[in-house]
Design a protein around this ligand. Structure first.
Ligand SMILES: [Zn+2]
Length: 293
């Protein structure tokens, strides 16, 4: 089983609120007698498939390590790299269907624009104003993940009409994710919201890498290593947020990907457009080249 603590400490992270987290854990203990627990083998669960390395590995783990039946969803949210993320999602859809025919179900593509087109440019400008440090996009697009996962929850709930009972959904946040809308505090807070609006305190929202109830707090490198050891062709996943057909190699998400391989001690087979520059990258690098695409 996966059970690893990394070098990062949860209590040192700015996007975690340890007091709030404790209150939320206590609330779950009162409401259902436990905080979270992994569903038994054979149970149906929902998971986000973004086409990225973390969501792909998460789904593979849910099937291989935990024997869960996975109903993935892919959100068309107006992302600039949509075609590339979709291509990766399609690749892994076929891959998983072949490898796990009894556990994997085709993903559903759901269109929910977030951030709203009407204020996306304004939000982007606001984001630039509060980004004193690259790689510290703590607020980011603040509603993005909550909207993605509330939508996923609603899809999972709708499957009841097909006789599929889902009570658990998985995100794939890792220990280095630094936005407030990621992290364990947010995962618990979202879980409270889901339970309240479904009027079902058995509903669970879990991210395995950062789930302290499972003894975990691990980063991308553990995913990379697990994927490598289990023959998941992770180099076909899409990490880069830029509008190039190959990974740019020099945006903050690409840096994370390259760091994941490096820390896992595995040769990175991904083709990249640029070398990693010596300075910290920002999301605004290579914008000129992008526009010329
Ligand atoms: Zn990139």
């Amino acid at each position: 089983m996966i059970n690893i603590e990394g070098e990062l400490k949860m209590e040192d992270k700015v996007n975690e609120d340890m007091d709030l987290l404790k209150s939320l854990d206590d609330l779950f203990t009162v409401k259902r007698g436990f905080v979270i627990k992994m569903p038994p083998k054979g149970e149906s669960v929902a998971a986000c498939l973004s086409g990225g390395m973390d969501s792909v590995t998460n789904i593979a783990m849910l099937m291989k390590e935990y024997g869960l039946k996975v109903y993935p969803f892919f959100i068309n949210r107006g992302q600039s790299n949509y075609v590339y993320e979709k291509k990766a999602a399609d690749y892994f859809n076929s891959f998983f269907k072949e490898k796990f025919p009894d556990l994997y179900n085709d993903y559903l593509e759901i269109t929910v624009m977030t951030p709203g087109e009407e204020y996306k440019d304004l939000l982007r400008d606001a984001k630039r104003l509060v980004d004193p440090l690259p790689l510290r996009h703590n607020v980011s697009y603040p509603s993005r993940n909550p909207i993605i996962f509330l939508t996923g929850m609603e899809y999972a709930y709708s499957l009841k009409a097909k006789g599929v009972e889902i009570k658990t959904m998985f995100a794939s946040y890792v220990s280095s994710d630094s936005s407030y809308h990621c992290g364990l505090t947010n995962t618990r807070l979202m879980n409270v919201l889901m339970c309240q609006i479904l009027n079902d305190w058995n509903w669970q929202f879990i991210s395995i890498p950062i789930e302290r109830e499972l003894g975990n707090f691990f980063d991308k490198d553990v995913y990379v290593k697990w994927g490598y050891e289990n023959n998941i062709p992770l180099h076909f996943s899409r990490t880069c947020v830029k509008h190039f057909d190959v990974e740019c190699g020099d945006c903050p998400t690409c840096w994370d990907r390259r760091r994941g391989y490096k820390e896992a001690g595995i040769d990175d087979p991904t083709p990249y457009k640029y070398e990693m520059s010596s300075e910290f990258p920002t999301y605004y690098d290579h914008e000129k080249e992008e526009q010329m695409q």
